[in-house]
Design a protein around this ligand. Sequence first.
Ligand code: DI6
Ligand code: FE
Length: 402
Amino acid sequence: MKLRDSLLMNAKLATMQPNRPWAPLPGGAVAVEAGRIAWAGPLAELPDRFASLERQDLGGRLLTPALIDCHSHIIHGGDRAAEFEMRLLGASYEEVARAGGGIVSTVTATRAASQQQLIDAALPRLDAMLAEGVATVEVKSGYGLDLETELTMLRAARALADLRPVRIVTSFLGAHAVPPEYKDRPDAYIDDICIPALRAAHAEGLVDAVDGFCEGIAFDPDQIARVFDVAKALDLPVKLHAEQLSNLGGAKLAASYGALSADHIEYLDEAGVQAMAKAGTTAVILPGAFYALRETQMPPIALLREHNVPMALATDCNPGSSPMVSLLLAMNMGCTLFRMTPQEALAGVTRNAARALGLSDCGTIKAGNRADLAAWNVTDPAELAYRIGFNPLHQRFFGDLK
Ligand code: DI6
Ligand code: FE
C-alpha cells in the first residue's frame, strides 16, 4: 500500500543501518510524513508531534526497508527456453552465444516488439517482484542494440513507474553484445550505435547510469572505456558486468571510473577486489546466473569481506542466464551457494543495493528516507534468506511523495 502520513507501530525494526545491532528491536514504531520516514524508534520514545498520526498496528511483525533489486533485465522480448534445453544437453552459454543464439536471439525478439508489448511482458515479472516486498527495481536496456530499440526499452522501463507503485532506476547497456549487423566489428558498433544511442537516451532523460558487458563474447576493456568516457563527460555514473565468465580486468577498469558497482565477478582476483575497495565500488553478487549456468567458479566472497567491499545481491532477471524474478531466492542462493550470512543477504537487498544504485534515500529505516518498507510474517530476519520458494510478506509499503 501507499503510505503518506501514518504511524506504523508494534513492529520489530530491522533498520539495516550500518554498525547497528542486527537483532531487531521489538516495540518499534515508524512515523511517516509526506511519504518519508520522519522518525523511527521505540514507541515509548515517540516525540509528541507524531502522536496524532493515524496508527497502523503491525502485530509485532518484522519491519525492514523495502527490498531493492539493483540488477535486472526485465524489459525484453521473447524467451530462451529452447536455449535452456540446448544447454541441458551440454552446450555452454558461450557456445550458444557464438552460434548466434544467446543475447542476440533476445535482441531479435525485442526489436520485433512494440513499446507496449515490452511493457506488457515486463509487468508480470515486476508484479512478482513487488509481491516479495521490492520497491525499487533497476532495469537495463541492452537488447535493442540499435538506437531506436535501446530508447524504446528505456521508455518502457520508465513507463513501469507510472503503472505500478515502484521506483525504477535505469541503466543504459548499449555495450551488451555485438549485434549481427556489426559482427566482427565491435569498434564500429561502439562508435556508430552505442555512443550515439547513449547521447540520445541521456538527452531524453532516460539514463540513470551506464553499464556494459566486459567479456570475451562481448566487449574488451578498451571498448568499455570508450563508452565510460562518454558517460563521464555526461556526468553519468557507471557500473559493469565484469569477470562473469573470465577475468579481463573489468572490475579494475570500472573502479578506475569510480563505478557504483561491478556485477557478477565470479572470476574477480584480489587486485580487482582491492581496486573496488579503494574506489568504494559495490560488489553485486548474482547467484541466479551462477546457478542457471551451472557455473562452478565462486565469487570471492571472503576476499570482498576482508577488504570491506559492500556486497549487494540481485536477481539479474533476464531470459538467458538468470530467468529468475525472486529476490528472496537470490538471498537464499547467496547464502547456500556462496556462504554469505543471512545478515549480509538482507543488507545486500537493502542498504548495499541502494549503494549499488547510488541512492541515499532508501535501503535503511532512518529519518529522511522514503517510507518504502516491508512487514514480514517471520520472527527472525534470517528466515527471509532461509526458506526456499516461500513468500512471507505481510505488507509492502511504498512512500507516497506526491
Ligand atoms: N550477463 C548477464 O547475466 C546478462 N547480461 C550479461 O551480460 C544476461 C544476458 C542474456 O543472456 O540474455
Ligand atoms: Fe545482467
